[in-house]
Design a protein around this ligand. Structure first.
Ligand SMILES: [Ca+2]
Ligand SMILES: [Ca+2]
Length: 139
């Protein structure tokens, strides 16, 4: 093999390694909420956000809430922004339990719900849950 050929093989190899690196970054980027949340969602809390991608007003809970009726997001409590039927993303920073999130008040039947394991998060919610959550429980 001449040196020119070796050079182009090497260049092709470098290009494919760079491509692999770009793909790897593209896959990893959108998932983790850690950097955006660190100042708001802290260990042992579940954090509820008004908008997708952990944006907008937020509320954090260390306990259960069986109905969000009349609740406001923590970050705007004095201007009375409703928490009920407004949550669009969630970060569970629990260290022991996950949380179950309900469309209606806890105890209603039927009541669509989903579970987020401890340390889990959802940057967006499906249409069934987006802007419809009314309660959550740990466990
Ligand atoms: Ca929302
Ligand atoms: Ca609801």
């Amino acid at each position: 093999m001449k040196s020119g050929q070796l050079g182009s093989v090497r260049n092709a190899l470098v290009a494919s390694v760079l491509m692999a690196g770009v793909v790897g970054v593209a896959i990893a980027a959108p998932a983790s909420p850690a950097s955006a949340l660190e100042s708001r969602c802290i260990s042992t809390y579940v954090c509820l956000f008004q908008n997708g991608n952990y944006d907008g007003y937020w509320a954090r809970y260390s306990g259960n809430d069986d109905t969000y009726t009349n609740n406001s997001f923590d970050s705007c409590a004095f201007i009375n922004c409703g928490l009920n039927d407004s949550v669009s993303s969630i970060d569970n920073d629990g260290v022991t339990y996950g949380t179950r999130h309900y469309v209606n008040y806890y105890g209603a039947s039927p009541n669509s719900n989903f579970y987020i394991a401890r340390g889990g998060y959802k940057a967006s919610l499906t249409a069934t849950y987006d802007d419809d959550l009314t309660a959550h429980r740990w466990g």
